[in-house]
Ligand binder design. Structure first.
Ligand SMILES: *[C@@H]1O[C@H](CO)[C@@H](O)[C@H](O)[C@H]1NC(C)=O
Length: 197
């Protein structure tokens, strides 16, 4: 008997495709407000007391990752906040809930829970660092029983596997009901990556 595994996907980018990244150098300007279309890279260092505010599409969230360098070290220079208000809580790498099926080799990242986030610089960084900020979709742990979700391809997409056997139209509806779509694998590489995870 063959096990049928269906995948719902909520993806912003597909494996192998490239999408634009704006590199922003703001070492001289302190503070600012930025709309994140797909992704931006901030090239530090930035000065003490700078506050950078980010916004993306209303129904999306933001993900922060360091291109080189490590978050533990960088966190002494800045804090990342969930939202842009003065009392927005700090987001810490160690508090990020990552689904069990997410790829462990993806860079350590910090996810906001809403479409806005901010960075506050506590002290001027001695080292240069590159911080990447991307638009991402929210990723639930599961879609009810007998399903599992995770970031298995990149940091911005979310895949959910459902282990309940349904016919194609029911499976499609299940995904749509959860704001996702039933996946058709576009390449063997993508399929292999997801199946192995
Ligand atoms: C799919 O299954 C449902 C019951 O779960 C049934 O009502 C529906 O007619 C089926 N659709 C097809 C195309 O077989």
């Amino acid at each position: 008997m063959v096990n049928i595994l269906a995948f719902c996907v909520f993806t912003l980018s597909f494996v192998g495709s490239s999408y634009t990244t704006n590199v922003v150098a703001i070492s001289r300007d302190c503070g600012g407000y930025m709309f994140v279309g797909d992704s931006v890279v901030i090239d530090g260092p930035l000065k003490k007391n700078c506050i950078l505010k980010f916004k993306t599409q209303e129904d999306r969230i933001l993900v922060f990752s360091l291109i080189d360098g490590n978050f533990k070290e960088a966190e002494q220079y800045f804090s990342i906040h969930d939202g842009i208000d003065g009392d927005s809580p700090i987001l810490l790498v160690e508090n990020q809930k990552l689904s069990e099926v997410s790829r462990k080799d993806l860079p350590a990242s910090v996810y906001s829970t809403q479409s806005t986030a901010s960075i506050r610089f506590k002290k001027t960084a001695s080292a240069n660092f590159k911080l990447k900020i991307q638009k991402a979709v929210n990723c639930p742990f599961n879609l009810g029983s007998a399903s599992q979700c995770g970031r298995v391809v990149d940091q911005v997409s979310c895949y959910c596997a459902t282990f309940i056997k349904r016919n194609q139209s029911d499976q499609t509806m299940f995904c749509v009901d959860n704001g996702m779509k039933l996946i058709a694998f576009e390449s063997q590489a993508e399929e292999g990556l997801i199946q192995s995870t």
